[in-house]
Design a protein around this ligand. Structure first.
Ligand SMILES: CC(C)(COP(=O)(O)OP(=O)(O)OC[C@H]1O[C@@H](n2cnc3c(N)ncnc32)[C@H](O)[C@@H]1OP(=O)(O)O)[C@@H](O)C(=O)NCCC(=O)NCCS
Length: 179
């Protein structure tokens, strides 16, 4: 699916400043959608963000508008242990508020699955949804992700607890998902 005026490409170390600014915006706009907080990530030095984008076991994708501003992102992270290298985590999915509802999140997820298929031996994509994040739950369900477990009270934000919903799907393009 194409999104008019929006292009999708991999981010690299040259995007560090843009990526850091976008993710800090994500954490502050959606303070319960992620496990990491704005304060935690704002305290990381620039080198930490550079390492994140340079990590050869991860792929970070960017969505750019017609003026080439970074407006969305998604990231896959390969499991490191030998017996888990058939899996990737999907992390840090975000579309800027002004650009939601146009298919950008869906396209970032499609691209993340394409990138996962390119990694030798990768079969499964896993992800976590914090609390009742309905836009995210609906998006993942439309892509065939299935909930395989729930961690109660997994995230504590001030005095509120949120469950973690654990989801997975095969990365194969042939996968059609549950009926
Ligand atoms: C979740 C998010 C990435 C969706 O991005 P988006 O660009 O708006 O998504 P799309 O326009 O591609 O929509 C794809 C599907 O997501 C679901 N969706 C998106 N926004 C929704 C909303 N407000 N309410 C319900 N479902 C929604 C729908 O199923 C939609 O498909 P459909 O319209 O064909 O039913 C975006 O809302 C976001 O960044 N949210 C804040 C951060 C976040 O929650 N990240 C995920 C952490 S797990």
């Amino acid at each position: 699916m194409t999104v008019p005026g929006v292009s999708f490409r991999r981010l690299n170390i040259d995007h560090t400043g843009l990526y850091r600014a976008l993710m800090l915006r994500a954490y502050s706009e959606h303070e319960t959608a992620y496990i990491s907080s704005f304060e935690e990530r704002a305290g990381r030095p620039l080198e930490w963000w550079q390492r994140r984008l340079a990590d050869p076991t991860c792929v970070t994708l960017g969505a750019f508008d017609a003026a080439d501003a970074l407006i969305g992102t998604a990231r896959i992270e390969l499991y490191q242990r030998r017996r888990e290298r058939h899996k990737v985590d999907l992390a840090s999915l975000y579309v800027m508020k002004d650009h939601t509802g146009q298919g950008i999140g869906r396209r970032l997820m499609d691209e993340a699955l394409v990138e996962a298929r390119k990694l030798p031996g990768v079969e499964l994509m896993l992800l976590v949804v914090v609390g009742e994040n309905l836009p995210a739950l609906r998006l993942f369900s439309r892509l065939g992700f299935v909930e395989y477990g729930r961690e109660p009270k997994a995230v504590k934000h001030v005095d509120r607890y949120f469950d973690k919903g654990l989801f997975w799907r095969p990365v194969s393009a042939d996968y059609v998902g549950p009926a």
